[in-house]
Design a protein around this ligand. Structure first.
Ligand code: FES
Length: 105
């Protein structure tokens, strides 16, 4: 039977890098929280191509470019949009609740 998903606190909303990417340690995982023109989005921080930290990449609106090989993802969907990345990036539904950024996991 599948476990029911729950909202979990990630970081205070006022601690985010405005219009940029914030790296967050979340248990054993590292997350990237993106502040975009259409709201907050969250993904695993490590690129699924070669393991580079996406938080060190270039962020532009809704696109994160990996710092190692310049693959890119749309942070809203996790869709790979530029080679060499070809696999969907793991993303999490994200909200702000009582001043905390939360993800559904
Ligand atoms: S490690 Fe990210 S594109 Fe290669």
């Amino acid at each position: 039977m599948a476990r029911e998903k729950v909202w979990k606190d990630v970081i205070r909303a006022d601690a985010l890098e405005k219009k940029w990417v914030t790296r967050v340690d979340f248990g054993v995982r590292k997350l990237a929280v993106y502040d975009t023109p259409s709201g907050l989005y969250t993904s695993l921080a490590l690129c699924n191509h070669g393991g580079a930290d996406l938080c060190d990449g270039y962020f532009d609106g809704h696109v994160i470019e990996c710092p190692l090989h310049q693959g890119a993802f749309d942070v809203r969907s996790g869709k790979p949009i530029c080679a060499p990345t070809t696999r969907q990036m793991k993303t999490f539904e994200t909200r702000v609740h009582e001043g905390m950024v939360q993800i559904l996991t």
